[in-house]
Every structure is written in C-alpha cells, then in structure tokens.
Design a protein around this ligand. Structure first.
Ligand code: 3HC
Length: 247
C-alpha cells in the first residue's frame, strides 16, 4: 500500500529541481526546496514565480491559485527544514560523489519513514540507496525537462526498493497527473537509453559533415515529427549534463 505524502522536499532548484518543486506545489503538496546558497535559491524560486505569473497571464490559473501554489513552496539553504518531509526528491548535479555526500547528511535528518527518490538521468539508483540507512525506501523518480510540461515520469525500482516505496512513488507521480512508467535500474532507464545515443549520433553526423547543425535539426523535426532537433535538444538538456550522462 502506498504511504501518505503531504510534504515533499526537493533538493536542488536548478533546471530540473525548480520544475519538480513547482509541479508538486501545483498538485497540492507542501514543498521545501533546498539549495546550497541564497543566491541560487532565489534564482530557482524566481523561475517558478515567472512561470506562475505567465500561467496567470495566459488564464491557465487565477491569481489566487498562483498565489496559493507559491505559498506552498518554502525555500531553504538548510537540510534541517526537510526533517518532516514524507518524500524527498533529489535533483542536484549529476555527480555520484556529490549525491552520496548529500544523502548521507539528509538521511541523518529526515524522519526514518520518509521515502527518498533520485531524479538521476543515468546513475545507478542502487548506489545512492546503499549509502542511506533506508535502502528499501529508495527509488528513482525521473522527470523530463521542462518538468512542468513533459508528461512522463519514469519510476525506477532498484533491487532494494520495497513494494510499498515503489507504490508510493507511482501513486505520487500519478497524483501529479504524470504518466508514470515503471522501469528497472538499468543505465539510462527507458528514455535516456534511447535518447542519449541519438543525440550523440547527431553530433557525430555533424562532425562527418552529413548536414549543418540547422539541417540536422530541421530534418529530424520535419522528417520524424520531433518538437526539437537533436542538437537543440542537447543544448536544452545542457551539454554539461549530457557529458555526465555519457561518462
Ligand atoms: N519551463 C516551463 N514551461 C515551459 C518551458 C520551460 N522551460 N518551455 C516551454 N514551456 C511551456 C510554455 O509555457 C507553454 O505552456 P502553455 O501551453 O501552457 O502555454 C508550453 O510549454 C509550450 O511552449 P511553447 O509554445 O513556447 O513552445 P513549444 O510548443 O515549442 O514547446 C517544448 C516547448 C515543450 C520544450 C517542446 O519544444 C518540446 O517538447 N521539446 C522537447 C523536450 C524534450 O525532449 N525534453 C526531454 C529532454 S531529456 C530529459 O529531460 C531527461 C534528462 O535526464 C536528460
């Protein structure tokens, strides 16, 4: 049976973290969003406020609804504010070393029954689960950029994940009106396993002079119906993140 989730902690307010926090708040959850310093936190919260203002402007939500969503998000630079979260989702830099260091600290602070989830693009979920004292309550929740728009969340079960934790994560993603697709703890899960080699091949095609960057992108948009060409998409994901995934 799924655990009850009321308060969600999000670690990292960057490209993915701010979107994950916004989606959770829009779905009615109380959210604690943690960043390393005030300036980075303000930047992430600023992005959320901009998205909400745009949604109000476009009449996708009322001013009152926008204000309510914003009020559900509490920003912090301290892990201690996460202590009573029911679910903690990490969306920090794609570095195993940094993630392990962070989980060791967070695990000491957050209540023992809480579920932990990583939004890693490609790292093994089990490696992160294993440094916590709660490997059975550890899963992957993989969102796609922009998290506010993309329908999919891959829900990753690692060898230690309990049925209850996995069910909790599936239910949570569904409660955000996402398409929750269960998958295994294999490099790249479903989407990145296919999408990352595709983006790399687009770079190789460019190197070989198969087409210019503009032509390769235009070809995939017009020929395969993709919303963005692979090279634009690589920039959109971030070449730093793409590099980390490939490594
Ligand atoms: N953040 C939040 N919302 C955004 C946004 C952003 N960065 N960019 C666009 N949007 C919203 C707009 O506000 C708009 O909302 P509305 O319909 O409510 O008005 C909606 O998305 C459509 O935006 P636009 O009309 O401006 O632009 P497009 O129709 O071109 O759509 C796109 C933009 C949704 C980004 C589209 O180009 C797309 O789907 N691109 C492919 C994205 C993709 O493949 N993402 C996956 C990357 S891989 C990944 O994330 C995995 C990781 O592990 C690497």
């Amino acid at each position: 049976m799924a655990q009850r989730i009321e308060k969600v902690g999000v670690l990292g307010a960057g490209l993915m973290g701010h979107g994950i926090a916004q989606v959770a708040a829009q779905s009615g959850y109380a959210v604690v969003l943690r960043e390393v310093d005030e300036a980075t936190l303000a930047k992430g919260i600023g992005k959320i406020e901009k998205q909400l203002a745009r949604a109000v402007e476009k009449e996708k939500m009322s001013q009152q609804q926008g204000d309510e969503v914003r009020a559900r998000i509490e920003g912090t630079v301290h892990y201690r504010e996460l202590r009573d979260c029911d679910l903690v989702i990490e969306a920090i830099t794609e570095s195993l070393e940094l993630k392990l260091e962070m989980w060791r600290e967070v695990d000491e602070i957050v209540k023992p029954e809480a579920v932990f989830a990583t939004n890693t693009s490609s790292l093994a979920v089990i490696d992160q689960a294993a440094v916590t004292g709660r490997p059975s309550q550890f899963v992957g929740l993989h969102y796609f950029n922009p998290a506010q728009v993309m329908k999919l969340v891959e829900v990753v079960r690692c060898v230690t994940s309990s049925d209850e934790a996995f069910e909790t994560a599936l239910e949570f993603a569904r409660s955000e009106e996402k398409l929750a697709i269960p998958t295994k703890d294999k490099a790249g899960f479903i989407v990145n396993r296919l999408l990352v080699p595709y983006m790399l091949d687009a770079i190789r095609a460019h190197e070989e002079g198969v087409g210019s960057a503009q032509e390769i992108d235009a070809a995939m948009k017009a020929g395969a119906g993709h919303p963005m060409g692979p090279l634009t998409l690589a920039d959109f994901v971030g070449l730093d993140t793409l590099g980390s995934i490939c490594d």
